[in-house]
Design a protein around this ligand. Sequence first.
Ligand SMILES: [Zn+2]
Ligand SMILES: [Zn+2]
Length: 1016
Amino acid sequence: MDRYNPSKIEAKWKKKWLSAKIYEPDFLAPLEVSPDVTSGLPLRKCSGLLTGGAVKKPFYNLMMFPYPSAEGLHIGGVRTFTGVDIYGRFKRMQGYDVFEPIGLDGFGIHSENYALKIGKHPAKLATVTEKNFYRQLSEIGNGFAWQERLETYDPDYYKWTQWIFIQLFKHGLAYRKKAAVNWCPSCKTVLADEQVIAGKCERCSTTVEKRELEQWFFKITDYAERMLKNIEKIDWDAKVKIAQKNWIGKSEGAEIDFEIRAGAKPNFVLLHGYKGSPTGVFLPWLKRELESRGYRVSVPQLPNTENPTVLEQVAYVLKNIPFNESTVLLGHSLGAPVAIKVVEGLSKPIRKLVLAAGFVTPKFKDKSRPFEYTFDWKFDFEKVKRNVREVVLLRAQNDSAVAAERVEEVHKKLGGTIVDFVAQADHVTGEKEPEVLRRTLDALTVFTTRPDTLFGATYMVLGPEHPLIKNFQFSIFNFQEVEAYVKSAKAKSDEERIAEGKEKTGVELKGIKAINPATKEEIPIFVADYVLGHVGTGAIMAVPAHDQRDFDFAKKFKLPIKIVICPHWPEKTCPLLDTAYTGEGHLVDSGAFDGTPSKEARKKISDFVRGVWKIQYRLRDWLISRQRYWGPPIPMIFCESCNWQPVPEGDLPVKLPFVKNFRPTGSGKSPLASVKSFYETKCPKCGKRARRETDVSDTFLDSAWYFLRYPSVDEKKHSWNPATTKKWLPVNMYIGGLEHSVLHLLYSRFITMALHDFGYLSFEEPFTTFIGHGLITKDGAKMSKSKGNVVNPDEYIRAYGADAMRMYLAFLAPLTEGGDFRDSGIKGITRFLERVWKFASEIKFEKIKGRGASDSEIEKAVNEAVKKVTKDTERLQYNTSISALMVLINIFEEKKERVTLRQFKIFLKLLAPFAPFMAEELWQRRAASYQLPVISYRSIHCEPWPKYDEAILKESSFDLIIQVNGKVRGKISLPIGATEVEAREAALKIPSVNQFVSGEPKRVIFVPNKLINFVV
Ligand SMILES: [Zn+2]
Ligand SMILES: [Zn+2]
């Protein structure tokens, strides 16, 4: 036989497989199975013989598609793709109809950054990289369904990406919001939270900044709970499950208010509105609440409330109510302008002014009121500002009289904080209005998952961003020191601030104290950078005995550490702590709650201090806009009269125009914003002039649904064919990188779930099984261009062939683990393949043929190999599968004279997923010379996977059944693998047999390890 020449045989079979379409499932074929009458084989497209065959067992075998940005395919990618393919081939031989598609994730920042780097237009670059990538992918020997390939930048594809955006918009899951968002100064675009890894841009590793911008968001938070629940149901890599759980970050706990005391005790003055009185609306309740905390409260009856005039009411208050620097003045409705006038008339500043549903312009949403004319609507706002330390504007979202703009107006004149909330009744008229109480008092709200530890809260910490610091600037003695600290903290990244084990820093806010609502004791307040202003309420109650960071902080600042959870109950010998005790136990030193189990105490203590029980998620909405060029334009139109309107679905796709200067501008606008012919359009609703959205969508939207399109790439009218989708999805096996745990894998789940809810999909979860692959190094070091140790797959395929390359990558380690690429290793695999080739060339099966079964040792070894390869391949432990093949070829070589063709064919089948080209070549040669008449081509990759016999593995002998003319005449024990000659000899020694066999039998039928039948 000829020499092993991989390039020759690989080229040959690549071509043959393509023309015979052995990897193309028939998407339109019915699901039922009916055996082919002529061949007796099940109808399977894979056979390459049968057309229009039924799909027996669909198996969607998917790998994460690559983004074609660098010079070519990375060796790590090749390992994953061939690793996925080994599994696919294995499943195909097990009788599944395997669909293994490939495509390119070519839209997006990564490809665009590469285009910028080499100074080429991304559209032109795409045509080059596409060709190169597909060439490389075709050479690795994968059983790709090439007809179903797709590219995300193809308008036929992104038409549907835009369609998905519109569906989300129509269902209220796409919305615009102004927010402080992550901005990558290098990529010059915003990024989603998931795309900021340790404070750096996921694509380019630049430190990310915050920018205040209005952007499109997807409401992924609506799905937080369901995504969390479904995690239990999906067969996914445990690491991904944990990462997603942590990212979604559900926490249950209580919002608890801590009162703030600044110097002297505050006193309160509450002013009612038009036609009001001290016994109206929430005033009696609020008075009681404040008095129960030990404060003096005045609620005057304002004169002439049916027909009020300003002079009269303001004069009355100024004359009858004492004010001092600790006064908090609340005005509700018309009481608000009265309160402002009162402050204007004071000679000394007061502590705080709170306006609930207040206004300074007499314009209402519902109807006009007489006081609009009798009241004095001129104010000296400058004087008011000088006479009050802090202004709080409470704006109810459910107010039918006072519009939101009215509050804006007050805010423009007086500054302060606008608090948006939903009131208990229209126009803030509930009997109880907790938000009013909360804002009238100086309450500091914290969220805690451990309200059971409240009695142990010995100090509080505000994040440097907390507004309270500024509001209290006149009460804080050391405000300059505090300000300097805040400034330095804000210059640090979040990661630096919360890094574990970092030396804690902070400054006490001297002059103000918080009241622990459980113990009623005054506790100090600090500002410290380990609390982030934008997380939760931006403040925490510190329980140093039961939280490690609080413990470290308390140690440094010598603050009291009070144990309130004891693990030794009922013994009260709580440990002396050298670290925080964060576990469960029973409450101690907690008043009436002593002895309560900590879990049980959570809700009880929250109720005791009138906390609000809450479920919170860490997950934020998915920021989808990108101020870039290379992506699908967001299919929305802005009209001055009709607001945002989706592009009519019939007008899709909104094609990305060719823009020569595609460089990101950094101005917060996409380069498309300078293309008039693109953005000028008509409103789809009213037909007036309107403007297109010029941002493009996040590339992770492109990849969040590509698996839905693969089986339906030819579908023109729909995003996917419903029948095909039902048959082939969800994906059975998905393999890819763990770095996408909370990016692609989370987004895909969200998009699938939403599309399921809109009625477009019958399933909620896109991938039944997900497995993360390991990463490979070169000679022990991480591959990088700067180190010059990047492995170019092309070179290795040229030198050793794709079979050797695949097999070597599979041999490195289980696919789920990392491995180290060494040139010496690939040479070892090549030697193995050459041995297989040599064995196949030299062995003469004709000699053995007549002798039937070979010896028992070979038979046992073959069965052992089948068992091991089957089990290990199923678990993606390809390395040990390959070892088993190596063991088997050793035995074959040792006992060359006794190996049968049947045994060698089993070996080839086991080899087929790993070295598909060589297995096919040797299979076809053997088939041609010894077995079938060559009427048609049937690939080894469509042959059934071999089975093993557990009995042979266990035993060394078997009972041979002896028949004469089909009738059982005896039984005899023989060693496993006994040959026909041995069996015959032994059988004919038995009298019950030989009495029926005289002379040479006409024919002998021998079934190895089972029976012998003499036909006489
Ligand atoms: Zn970047
Ligand atoms: Zn319009």
